[in-house]
Write a new protein. Structure first.
Length: 293
């Protein structure tokens, strides 16, 4: 399918990778990348991508940026500083895309967004509700937690011998950012029929104990999981300078894991991208230098 494809948040890691994958597909589509700071995408512009300014807090910019778009991927913003702000941003984008006549809209959400103990999940649930009433055909990509985000904790574990968190025995269907990008590029290049809600995950769900065992095997040194209370996790982040409200948001991912919210796996990545998702074991081996050094 050719036509015009727009990717928001193209300055971010996920958005940029989606644009790169769309370029690799080479199916004749006009690719439009939006960002608040277009100068940061000069490299993509040099490769033929049309770069436009779009600020989700500036409705007028969206009207201009979304003109002539047939398909769009809306990547959720990182506005966590003000309750409700992110939903308002997403709602403006969805409304503007619908007004521009977009035919299919994809959105990056989170697994199990409804009634979740993860504090940001409500933003995604509310955004999905905005999508449902937009009148536009859509695909919701409910991404699980990035494998990439485990590097920081594993770096500390490599040094101390202990993987410390408040996840308890809960499991996560970790998925690489690259696999999230591949399915996003696939569904926006060739949208599935009707409205779809897809869980985007890796091939298996792992507990922190499992993760510690994998890291031990790959790094060649003993690493064990040390569970701590959620309150201790929050206090530790606050003591290291993180504002308490933000610490509570980050800690809620551990609480959600312990409650089983992220214990989700699916075959969506393979089904839509044509390539199996990378396992955590393979991902850690391929990126050993990023955490075991």
């Amino acid at each position: 399918m050719s036509g015009s494809i727009l990717v928001t948040g193209a300055s971010g890691h996920l958005g940029r990778r989606v644009v790169e994958l769309l370029l690799e597909r080479g199916n004749g589509a006009r690719i439009i990348a939006t960002t608040r700071k277009p100068d940061g995408l000069s490299e993509l512009a040099a490769r033929g991508v049309e770069v436009r300014r779009a600020d989700f807090d500036d409705e007028a910019s969206l009207t201009t940026a979304f003109r002539g778009v047939e398909r769009a991927l809306v990547i959720s913003t990182d506005a966590l500083d003000e309750p409700g702000k992110r939903v308002r941003q997403h709602a403006r984008a969805i409304k503007a895309l619908a007004a521009a006549g977009v035919q299919h809209l994809a959105y990056t959400s989170i697994v199990n967004p409804t009634d979740s103990t993860i504090l940001i999940s409500k933003d995604h649930a509310d955004t999905e509700a905005e999508l449902a009433k937009s009148g536009v055909a859509y695909t919701v990509l409910r991404n699980n937690i990035y494998s990439d985000y485990q590097f920081m904790g594993l770096q500390r574990a490599f040094g101390s011998g202990k993987l410390v968190d408040a996840r308890g025995a809960g499991k996560v269907g970790f998925v690489t950012r690259d696999d999230c990008a591949r399915i996003a590029a696939a569904v926006i290049a060739e949208p599935p029929a009707g409205n779809q809600v897809l869980d985007v995950t890796g091939p298996e769900a792992l507990s922190s104990r499992d993760l510690a065992a994998l890291a031990s095997e790959i790094a060649g040194r003993a690493i064990e999981h040390q569970p701590i209370p959620l309150s201790a996790l929050i206090e530790g982040m606050v003591q290291h300078g993180l504002p308490r409200p933000l610490a509570e948001v980050y800690a809620s991912f551990d609480a959600g894991t312990a409650a089983g919210v992220l214990d989700v796996t699916s075959d969506s990545v393979a089904r839509f991208s044509g390539q199996k998702p990378q396992s955590m074991a393979d991902f850690l081996r391929a990126n050993k230098a990023a955490w075991a050094s």
